[in-house]
Ligand binder design. Structure first.
Ligand code: NAD
Length: 336
């Protein structure tokens, strides 16, 4: 039996669908001709505005349920009759460290509920969001999916690693098909601008727009593997469609960019001639390098990233400027 699901005409649940990545998954599901897309999000971080496009173009297809994945009855109700569940709802790594019990309930217990419901209601496939955090600081680069998870020391990474194990066990116990995707460093439109955990790119854009150079904490030699949010969403759809189950894939660009280089490329994307300045590193970053091997995703899911960093950063800046527009009305002689 094929583990690939036809998305045109399918009925789908997207947990965390109002978030950065989930909302792009919803957009692409509408474009792919899904018959029903139910978003379950409690809006702790996501925003309804992220679904504007989806509700405009797929108004009769998309339904947003403001609710919690910890609500067992609700998750079962919404899973009944679905072909695919895209499970993206989670807390960010920093919040998991601050509130580990809430993280346990939201990432681990609630993922159990999502899988329990998917198995009970004969969902054809679960596509789950994992993370490069499961590797911690890897020992081999480019890092393949076979790298061990024992260098991770974060609660978030531990929860994601456990969830991968739980997915495998549900396949073994109940035959539930799944694919898990380990995203590396995600960026792009709908990144959280207003929340507590704003990303470094957002802080830098704010500074550059105010005529201040981006502040790089430490020497900026730390590298990351950036992957655009639209490419990640496309990986989710391909993971559902591919005749693949019980497997996990790195989703990354397969290139590494240092923080200092990133600052330079963002300056270029904003047509600024400022140069980055360095500040004192607040703490030693446990993960000083990230670089993924993405061969498996290419060969087995047919996925390769399409949006390069410079193009992606320009798009991010364009989106961010639109977001700022109402609060940054230009007033002569003052800084926006
Ligand atoms: N952004 C990254 O760099 C990155 C990297 C690796 C993995 N991931 C994973 O990708 C997935 C999506 O991440 P994102 O960047 O879009 O984050 P996000 O915070 O934008 O989206 C997560 C969504 O889940 C919702 N949510 C949280 N707890 C919930 C709950 N209990 N019930 C219902 N909804 C809840 C939030 O409101 C939010 O809309 C997550 O699983 C995350 O761990 C993200």
């Amino acid at each position: 039996m094929s583990a690939g699901v036809e998305l045109a005409g399918s009925r789908v649940l997207v947990t965390g669908g109002a978030g950065t990545i989930g909302s792009h998954v919803v957009d692409q599901l509408v474009d792919a001709g899904a018959a029903e897309v139910v978003v379950l999000d409690n809006l702790v971080r996501g925003r309804l505005a992220n679904l504007d496009r989806a509700l405009r173009t797929g108004g009769d297809v998309v339904r947003v349920v403001e609710g919690d994945i910890r609500d067992v009855g609700l998750v079962h109700d919404l899973t009944r009759g679905k072909d695919v569940v895209f499970h993206l709802a989670a807390l960010r790594i920093t919040q998991c460290a601050e509130q580990p019990r809430l993280a346990l309930e939201s990432l681990v217990d609630a993922t159990f509920t999502v899988l329990e419901a998917a198995a009970e209601h004969d969902v054809a496939k679960v596509v789950a969001s994992s993370s490069a955090s499961v590797y911690g600081l890897a020992e081999e680069f480019p890092t393949t999916e076979r790298h061990h998870p024992y260098n991770n020391d974060t609660f978030y990474g531990a929860a994601k690693a456990f969830n991968e194990g739980m997915l495998r066990s549900f396949t073994a116990m109940y035959g539930l098909p799944y694919v898990a995707l380990r995203y590396f460093n995600v960026y792009g439109p709908r990144m959280d601008v207003h929340g507590v955990y704003t990303e470094v790119l957002i802080r830098w854009m704010e500074r550059i727009a105010a005529g201040e150079p981006p502040l790089v904490l430490g020497d900026g030699a730390q590298t990351m593997d950036f992957v655009h949010v639209e490419d990640i969403a496309r990986a989710n759809l391909l993971a559902a469609q591919a005749d693949v189950t019980d497997d996990v894939f790195n989703i990354a660009s397969g290139t590494e960019t240092s923080l200092l280089e990133l600052a330079g490329r963002l300056l270029a994307a904003m047509d600024s001639d400022l140069t980055p300045v360095h500040g004192e590193a607040r703490k030693v970053n446990a993960v000083s390098r990230r670089l993924a091997d993405v061969t498996a995703a290419r060969e087995r899911l047919g996925w390769t990233p399409r949006i390069g960093l410079d193009e992606g950063l320009r798009g991010l800046v364009e989106w961010w400027r639109t977001e700022q527009a109402p609060v940054q009305a230009p007033v002569e002689g003052t800084r926006a």
